[in-house]
Design a protein. Structure first.
Length: 91
């Protein structure tokens, strides 16, 4: 980003009312969460395709100790739980 654009944006933000700033912060937060959700879904889809199993089914089986302790499974589980937490935060 060039410096003039950043300075212009900073000036605009400073001129906003408290209500407008709060609205802007909420919109930025929503956009950030949406980006996180999309990224996590993409990562989950890669595991689902690799192991031919939906993430929900994987998570149940992994939590029950049916799948072993491959590093991929720990990573997949972490992404699944991160997605669940992010979706709760979004609602």
């Amino acid at each position: 980003m060039n410096q003039k654009l950043v300075e212009s944006l900073a000036q605009i933000i400073r001129s906003l009312s408290d209500e407008e700033r709060q609205w802007l912060e909420r919109e930025i937060q929503k956009s950030s969460i949406s980006t996180q959700v999309d990224d996590l879904k993409h990562r989950l889809k890669e595991f689902e395709e690799k192991y031919q199993m939906p993430s929900e089914h994987f998570h149940q089986r992994f939590q029950a100790g049916e799948l072993g302790d491959m590093m991929d499974f720990f990573e997949w589980n972490a992404y699944y739980e991160m997605l669940a937490a992010t979706q709760v935060k979004a609602s």
